[in-house]
Design a protein around this ligand. Structure first.
Ligand SMILES: Cc1cc2nc3c(=O)[nH]c(=O)nc-3n(C[C@H](O)[C@H](O)[C@H](O)COP(=O)(O)O)c2cc1C
Length: 396
C-alpha cells in the first residue's frame, strides 16, 4: 500500500511510536481561566488520539503564568493545582496507544503585545507589516507594540527555574516528554534570534550566547527528568523577517541540539511578523526547511503542513522527514490517520486552508472549523468522551 511507510513504527528517544504521524501542537484556548484542563480539552485530545496518530504533541502550555495568557484559556502547568487535570489528559491520550508529549513554553515574549505587557531579551518593538499575514489573520496587519521590557538576569533565571519545575510536574503526570517551544517568535525564539536578542551578557552577544537559555532548559530538563523522558525542540527554520533567524543559523542550532541530547526536532517556520509562512495557504511550504535540517542531524525530524496523504508518504519515503505532524488536517478530520491506514482516502474531510480555526481563536472565540462542526465542541460528542481506565492507576 502506498501509505504503509507512514505506519512503520519508529523510536523517538527511548519511546517506540506506532507510526510516523503526530498531532501537531494546536492551541485551542479551552482550558479554564487559570489554564487548567477542562472536559473540552480532554475530549478534543481523545478525538485526535483515537484518530490513530502515534504521537500527540499537546498544545502550547505555559510553564509560568507571568508571561503567558492569563484568563485566555491557554493551557498551563505552572502550579500543582494543575496536576490532576494534566494526569487525566496523559491517561486519555495513552488509552489510544499514542505517546503524549507537551509543548512547554516560556511565554509569548515580545509578541505578547495583544494581551499583556510585552517582555523580551531586548527592547526591540514588534510590528505586523502589510502583506505578512495569511488569509484569516489579515486583521493583525498594522499591529505594533511599544518596545518590550528587557528582562533582567534575575527574571531570566526565575523563568528557567519555573520551567524546570513545570517539566517535573509533567513527568509526574505521566507524560512521555516535552517539546521545548523555541519557534514562532515567542519568548525562547526571541533569545535565539539576532533580530530580537541584542543583549551583551551571558544570554546574548554572539551566536553561542543566544543559545544559552535554550541549552540551560535542555540540560536542566534532562537532569531532572532522566534519559527516558523525551525532550523535543520546536524551531522556526527561517523567521522570514529582515534580520531574523536565518535557515543557515537554524542548521547550526539543530546540530548543537542533537549534541545536547535533544530527541527530535519539530520544524516550523516564521513568527507572528511573518505568519503567512507559519500558517500557509497551501501545503508543502515548510518541507524544504525541514529537509535541510534533516540533512544535518540524525535525530528524527518532524514536519507539518503535509495535508495530502500521498505527499506525506512521499516525504517520509524519500527520507526528507521522519514524522509528519498534522495540525489543521486533524481539526478538519481527526480520523485522517485511521482512514489512510485503512485505504479510505476518499472519505477524508479535507482542510480547505481557510484559517477559520485561527481567525476565531485570535478574535477571542473558541476555535471553529469550516468543514468540521465538532471542533471546539467535542465535549458534546459521546464518541470523544475519555474511556474508563483499564489499569488500577500508578503511584505518582
Ligand atoms: C488553531 C491553531 C493553533 C496552533 N497552535 C500552535 C501551538 O500552540 N504551538 C505551535 O507550535 N504551533 C501551533 N500551531 C501551528 C501548527 O502546529 C502547524 O505548525 C501549522 O498549523 C502548519 O501545519 P498544518 O498545515 O498541518 O496546519 C497552531 C495552528 C493552528 C491552526
Amino acid at each position: 500500500m502506498a501509505y504503509e511507510v507512514l505506519f512503520k513504527p519508529m523510536m523517538i528517544g527511548k519511546k517506540n511510536l506506532k507510526n510516523r504521524l503526530a498531532f501537531a501542537p494546536v492551541g485551542m484556548c479551552t482550558a479554564d481561566s487559570e489554564g487548567r484542563v477542562t472536559d473540552q480539552v480532554l475530549c478534543h485530545y481523545v478525538a485526535r488520539a483515537k484518530g490513530g496518530v502515534g504521537l500527540v504533541i499537546v498544545e502550547h502550555t505555559m510553564s509560568n503564568y507571568r508571561y503567558g495568557l492569563p484568563g485566555s484559556g491557554a493551557l498551563s502547568i505552572h502550579e500543582d493545582t494543575h496536576l490532576a487535570g494534566m494526569l487525566d489528559l496523559a491517561d486519555a491520550i495513552h488509552a489510544f496507544d499514542a505517546a503524549a508529549v507537551v509543548q512547554l513554553s516560556l511565554g509569548l515574549g515580545r509578541q505578547a503585545a495583544l494581551h499583556l505587557e510585552p517582555v523580551g531579551p531586548s527592547a526591540v518593538p514588534f510590528e505586523v507589516r502589510e502583506g505578512s499575514a495569511p488569509r484569516g489573520l489579515k486583521f493583525f496587519e498594522g499591529l505594533k507594540s511599544a518596545p518590550p521590557k528587557k528582562l533582567t538576569i534575575a527574571e531570566i533565571e526565575e523563568m528557567e527555574n519555573l520551567y524546570v519545575a513545570a517539566v517535573m510536574r509533567l513527568k509526574r503526570c505521566g507524560f512521555d516528554g516535552i517539546e521545548i517551544h523555541g519557534a514562532h517568535g515567542y519568548m525562547l525564539a526571541n533569545f535565539l534570534s539576532p533580530l530580537t536578542n541584542r543583549r551583551r551578557d551571558r544570554y546574548g552577544g554572539s551566536f553561542e550566547k543566544r543559545l544559552t537559555l535554550a541549552l540551560n532548559l535542555i540540560r536542566r530538563s534532562r537532569e531532572i527528568a532522566g534519559d527516558d523522558f523525551i525532550i523535543g525542540f520546536r524551531i522556526s527554520g527561517d523567521e522570514h523577517v529582515p534580520g531574523g533567524l536565518p535557515l543557515e543559523d537554524t542548521l547550526k542550532i539543530a546540530a548543537i541540539l542533537q549534541k545536547e541530547g535533544v530527541d527530535y526536532i519539530h520544524l516550523s517556520t516564521g513568527t507572528m511578523e511573518s505568519w503567512k509562512y507559519t500558517f500557509p495557504e497551501k501545503e508543502g511550504v515548510i518541507l524544504p526547511e525541514a529537509e535541510a535540517v534533516k540533512k544535518v542531524v540524525d535525530i528524527p525530524v518532524i514536519c507539518p503542513n503535509l495535508h495530502d496523504p500521498k505527499k506525506a508518504a512521499q516525504a517520509v519515503k524519500k527520507g526528507k522527514v521522519d514524522i509528519v505532524s498534522l495540525a489543521r488536517p486533524l481539526l478538519a478530520d481527526p480520523q485522517w490517520p485511521n482512514k489512510v491506514r485503512e485505504g479510505r482516502i476518499g472519505e477524508i474531510q479535507r482542510c480547505i486552508l481557510c484559517n477559520g480555526c485561527l481567525s476565531t481563536l485570535f478574535q477571542g472565540f473558541a476555535s471553529r472549523c469550516t468543514v468540521n462542526p465538532n471542533v471546539g465542541r467535542e465535549r458534546f460528542v459521546p464518541e470523544y468522551f475519555p474511556p474508563p481506565r483499564k489499569s488500577k492507576g500508578r503511584p505518582i
